[in-house]
Design a protein around this ligand. Structure first.
Ligand SMILES: [Fe+2]
Length: 256
């Protein structure tokens, strides 16, 4: 998940500075049990309410295997497929680092998992959000390209002092977007796909706005960091969103 920077940038730094060893063996038996509980619960909850590429990614990446995924094993499938790879990070990364990672086809994964007593409360994204929510879509070749492109747009926007423009675009597509598949409204965003409470809410609540997605609208639309979204942007198809985002240049992003 993209988050607000937690510290101002005092010194030059690179995304590699934020990578830590996963140390998969340090996850406890209860950590693995929590993953299994979350995985089964979320797969049941989603059913077919999520775009088909997401369900394909779950299968392709064998995410249904028990326990917290080993990033090395995951990358052994993901990287040959789309050139994306996961890395472990300790927690929040600043926006400039996050976008630089995306531009390099690297996805940061919080190296911890929520506790059993806090299944639905997250102060920051854990490995269930990052791996279950985000990684399936990165096995889709076209989405994989779009995610890299958003990273490059983000780098350019931050360099121009306009990082929030790229953040809004990311938020309303990769994180909290909805998309049509034929006549059906589906979840696209990782923040919805991995959320027990907001998944159905985003599709079914009558108390929210659902507006057609466009990059112009996404860039101009605020979002909530700490509550369910009051509005969701709905693309007419996953392919349409990918095509529109891929056509967006940094220069255009800065003048919308
Ligand atoms: Fe996320």
């Amino acid at each position: 998940m993209l988050h607000r920077a937690i510290a101002t940038v005092a010194e030059p730094h690179s995304w590699q500075d934020y990578v830590v060893p996963q140390q998969w063996e340090a996850f406890t038996a209860d950590d693995h049990a929590v993953w299994d509980l979350l995985f089964v619960r979320q797969v049941d909850l989603l059913g077919t309410r999520v775009v088909t590429s997401f369900l394909d990614g779950i299968d392709l990446l064998r995410l249904s295997r028990p326990g917290v995924p080993d990033l090395g094993e995951l990358n052994a499938i993901l990287t040959p497929r789309t050139a994306w790879r996961t890395v472990a990070v300790t927690g929040l990364v600043p926006d400039d680092i996050f976008f630089a990672m995306l531009a390099a086809r690297v996805f940061p994964v919080g190296n911890f998992i929520r506790k059993r007593a806090e299944l639905d409360y997250l102060e920051e994204p854990d490995c269930f959000h990052d791996l279950f929510g985000h990684i399936p879509m990165l096995a889709d070749h076209d989405f994989a390209g779009m995610a890299e492109h958003i990273g490059r747009l983000g780098e350019a926007a931050i360099a121009a002092g306009q990082g929030e423009r790229a953040a809004r675009l990311y938020w309303h597509s990769v994180e909290f977007g909805l998309a049509c598949e034929g006549e059906a409204l589906k979840i696209l965003g990782a923040g919805l796909a991995s959320s027990f409470g907001e998944a159905h809410f985003s599709l079914e609540s009558e108390a929210v706005e659902r507006l057609p997605f466009s990059v112009e609208r996404a860039v101009a639309t605020d979002y909530k960091h700490d509550a369910f979204q009051p509005r969701y942007l709905v693309s007419r198809s996953l392919e349409a969103t990918i095509a529109e985002v891929m056509a967006l240049t940094p220069e255009r992003l800065l003048t919308i």
